[in-house]
Design a protein around this ligand. Structure first.
Ligand code: G3H
Ligand code: 13P
Ligand code: ZN
Length: 326
């Protein structure tokens, strides 16, 4: 049994309380490799922003859960080396699907876990979430649950109102499970294709898709976590498409909607796809411009720099978490 406190990590309790009071949101960035982790820590150290490092099922398969956990431990030391005296870094399991997986993460030094029972019937979601909460809370590990189906997890489904979280279930669910935070569905979804073109209008000047607004009325009821919050920056989509890529009609959540969410009852905003886009755009550009290049550091380095820029932009211009972890 490894306690996250011995690794210099923190849980989300104090982070979220301060974020709600202060009208900002904590960034939750997924990481799968060293360059992403370096970029996240550099951006957070330079802006003094608290951060949640997320490990997804895809990341566990790709990079190995043990290795990722040791990388997060190393990230605390790296943050200090960068001059961040009191780093506030949480290591979080993203979309845990079983009690056993959540338990193994708690036992191995994660400071927060998500149990995603959103695909289960309501009562089964409650029972599973409660079991995880009872175990995790013994070790002061915080638990995120999910209510409402986040469209987009299934490849051919995009944001649809019928799956939105029912406000009347939220208090009942939170009280009966004891979860610390709740991922809700208000129109966001995972990935770089969050809406079908027919759900959007088209900007007549640029020809780009303009998505429908999020369902902010659901939000007013409780404190929330927002998954699927990438904005899918069109400059990255354009760089990718003009350097051999093919991402037609990729569309995300506009940043003004996310700013509004961060200022309200949303305390955690999840971003993964934007980092993938920044990375891919930078790599494609270098390889297209310098076809003789074969040293991965020559294209992963610029990709890392681009991700630092992206993370700092999110922290300062969208979430407002800069300066909140001095
Ligand atoms: O939950 C969605 C995240 O973006 C992680 O996805 O399992 O492909 O790493 P992944
Ligand atoms: P995006 O695909 O919008 O980046 O969402 C990431 C996420 O919600 C991870 O759990
Ligand atoms: Zn998610």
């Amino acid at each position: 049994m490894v306690n996250y406190k011995d690794l210099g990590l923190v849980n989300t309790r104090e982070m979220f309380a301060k974020a709600i009071d202060g009208g900002y949101a904590i960034p939750a960035f997924n990481f799968n490799n060293m360059e992403q982790l370096q970029a996240i820590i550099k951006a957070c150290a330079e802006t003094k922003s608290p951060v949640i490092l997320q490990v997804s099922s895809g990341a566990r398969k790709y990079a190995n859960q043990t290795l990722l956990r040791y990388m997060a431990e190393g990230a605390v030391e790296y943050a200090k080396e960068l001059g961040w005296e009191h780093p506030q870094i949480c290591l979080h399991l993203d979309h845990g699907d079983t009690f056993e997986l959540c338990k193994s993460c708690v036992d191995f030094g994660f400071s927060s876990v998500m149990i995603d029972g959103s695909s289960l019937p309501y009562e089964e979601n409650i029972a599973l979430t409660k079991k995880v909460v009872e175990y995790a809370h013994q070790y002061d590990v915080t638990v995120e649950a999910e209510l409402g189906v986040l469209a987009g997890v299934e490849d051919d489904v995009v944001a649809e109102e019928s799956h939105y979280t029912k406000p009347e279930e939220v208090i009942d669910f939170a009280t009966r499970t004891g979860c610390d935070s709740l991922a809700i569905s208000i129109g966001t979804s995972h990935g770089a294709y969050k809406f079908k073109p027919e759900q959007c209008t088209r900007d007549p000047k640029t020809g780009k898709l303009v998505p429908p607004p999020l369902a902010f009325d659901v939000l007013e009821e409780v404190e929330k976590v927002l998954h699927g919050s990438s904005s899918v920056p069109q400059e990255y989509v354009d760089i990718i498409n003009t350097h051999g890529g093919n991402l037609p009609d990729a569309v995300g959540i506009p940043e003004d909607q996310l700013r509004k969410a961060a200022k309200s009852a949303v305390c955690k905003i999840n971003i993964d796809s934007d980092s993938r886009l920044a990375f891919t755009a930078a790599v494609r550009k270098v390889l297209a411009e310098k076809p003789g290049e074969f040293d991965p550091r020559k294209y992963c380095g610029p990709a890392r720099d681009e991700m630092v820029k992206l993370y700092k932009h999110k922290i300062i211009e969208v979430l407002g978490s800069d300066g909140k972890a001095e």
